[in-house]
Every structure is written in C-alpha cells, then in structure tokens.
Design a protein around this ligand. Structure first.
Ligand SMILES: NC(=[NH2+])NCCC[C@H](N)C(=O)O
Length: 297
C-alpha cells in the first residue's frame, strides 16, 4: 500500500501544474511590505517563494518598502518627525534617510535572493528614469518630498528580465529637476505592473485579504470582481487602509493586469499557496469578464 502522506504531497505538486504552465514567462509584480519584512523567518519564506516562482518560469519583480527601518533610523539620527494635519512631512533630511535605508534594504534582499542561486539586481525608481514623479499634495498642503508617479520608463526592467535577472525595486523616483521623491510602495508596484503589462500583481499585507464585513473575520472574500470594488468602498465596508489598495487593484485591472491578489504576508509561503492552488488563501481580484472559480464547477 502506498502511504497516503506521499500521495497528498504529490497531489499538491499536481495541483500546481496548470498554473506553472499558464504563467510560464509571465510577469508577476510582488509588493513586499508589512510584517513579512520585519520578521526574519517570514522574509526568508517570501524570498524562497519568489525564487521558486522565478525558477519555474515566472518573471517576478519585487517592489519593496522600508518596513519600520526608516522611522527607526530617523529616530536614531535625531530627526524629529514633523506633521501637517496629522500627515508626516518628508523634509530634506527625512528624504535622505529614507533613500539610504531603502537602498540598504534593497541590497539586503538582493543578497538573500543571490544566496538561493538566482541572479538579482537591485535598483531604485531613479535608475533609467524608471519612475518619474511629481510632488503630491495632501488636501492642498505641501507634505515635502512625497511623490506620485507621473510616468514610467520600463526599459531598464525589460532589459533586466530579458537577461534573466530578478529585479528588486525600491520606490524612489525623481522629478523633472532630478530631485528624489518617496513614492508609496503600493502605488509604485501598481504603476510598474501596468507599464510592464504584468499578468499578476500581488500585495503582501498584514490582513488576510478583503472582508465583506470587516468586523466578521469569517467573511473573507476569496474572489472579487473589479466592478464590485466601488460598492464595497461606498458601503463603508472596507477599512481606511484598504481603500487606496483597492483603488490600485482597480487601476491595475483596468489597465490589463489579469489578476491582483491581496495576501496575508504573515502566513509563510502565502505567495505559493495563492498562486499554485485552485482556491488560494487571500483575495483574488478578477476582471469583470472573468468567471469565478467556484461558479465554474
Ligand atoms: N483567492 C483566491 N481565490 N485565489 C485563487 C487563485 C487561483 C490561481 N492559483 C491564481 O493564481 O490565479
């Protein structure tokens, strides 16, 4: 008799087969942030997942934030945080620290990927003018060197993928005067996914996904059509932090990214569990014409 345990393991691999086939040579942009960045074990599992994606034929691109490192270092260096209407201002010295730390985090990720045998290149949005930015105002107020993406020049990423590198991008861009701007990492990931015509965009967050009712942890939505997003927001059903993310999802899908996944980065190997299984573990946001998996059955 064959041991069931072995059969189960083989099942898992077989379940992955159609996805490995379907996503071969396709681009997936992974926004890496939150707890998955601050915990060493989780970091390792994310890097392993991305390396595996790469080795089975995907073309992953990582976009990362700075985790808690930027505030930690600003404090250490005695830079006093300034706020305007409760919003943190990125002044010249905060921008300097942010850039230093993001570059440091970037190279650390590159080293971790390289240690698993995949060639990686770390760049910022300044390299090759990848992210051209303009100053972003918050309700008309100047909050310093916070930028929004004005345009993307994807050539550098295309070249890196062509040469089989795994690009790791930190979200700093430049304005027309070549000054650095801090860009929200979710927005940067979304802009890059659109410009690279990615198949998928995956956000690693500190939530399980999107809930129908945020007060009910059992109401996780597994599949969400993009047209349902407006209602979900206007009904007041999603928490403040999730709204800009959902708007990024909407924007990405309307610009031909096939699927966006909102995943719980606190779960080890959440990327593999989402991408190589039928049911996934987070919320998958689908184009309006796409059939739900459950209805297909
Ligand atoms: N949360 C979900 N329902 N995920 C379904 C994922 C299905 C498939 N593995 C994909 O990557 O597209």
């Amino acid at each position: 008799m064959v041991n069931q345990k072995y059969l189960d393991k083989a099942e898992v691999l077989i379940e992955a087969l159609p996805y490995i086939q379907r996503f071969n040579r396709k681009i997936i942009v992974v926004k890496y942030g939150g707890s998955a960045m601050t915990d060493e074990k989780l970091t390792r599992s994310v890097i392993q997942d991305v390396v595996l994606l790469k080795l089975v034929g995907f073309k992953p691109i990582i976009v990362h934030g700075g985790g808690k490192e930027i505030s930690r270092w600003s404090e250490k260096l005695g830079i006093k945080p300034q706020f305007i209407d409760g919003i943190r201002v990125t002044d010249e010295s905060t921008m300097e620290v942010a850039e230093m730390i993001l570059n440091k985090v970037n190279k650390k990720l590159v080293a971790q990927i390289e240690s698993l045998g995949v060639k990686a290149v770390g760049i910022s949005g300044k390299d090759g003018q990848l992210l051209k930015t303009q100053r972003k105002y918050s309700n008309g107020k100047d909050i310093g060197y916070v930028g929004e993406v004005k345009s993307v020049c994807p050539k550098i990423l295309q070249n890196l993928l062509e040469d089989d590198f795994l690009p790791v991008v930190c979200p700093i861009g430049m304005d027309d005067e070549y000054h650095s701007y801090n860009v929200n990492a979710d927005d940067a990931a979304c802009a890059l996914a659109k410009a690279m015509s990615a198949e998928k965009l995956a956000f690693l967050t500190d939530m399980e996904g999107v809930y129908k009712d945020p007060k009910n942890p059992k109401s996780l939505i597994s599949e969400l059509h993009v047209r349902e997003i407006d209602n979900l927001i206007s009904n007041g059903n999603v928490g403040g932090g999730m709204i800009p993310k959902l708007l990024d999802c909407q924007d990405a899908i309307r610009h031909h990214v096939s699927r966006v996944h909102i995943l719980d980065g606190r779960i080890p190997h959440c990327l593999l569990l989402e991408i190589f299984t039928n049911k996934g573990i987070g919320t998958a946001i689908l184009g309006d014409e796409e059939k739900r998996f459950y209805e297909d059955k």
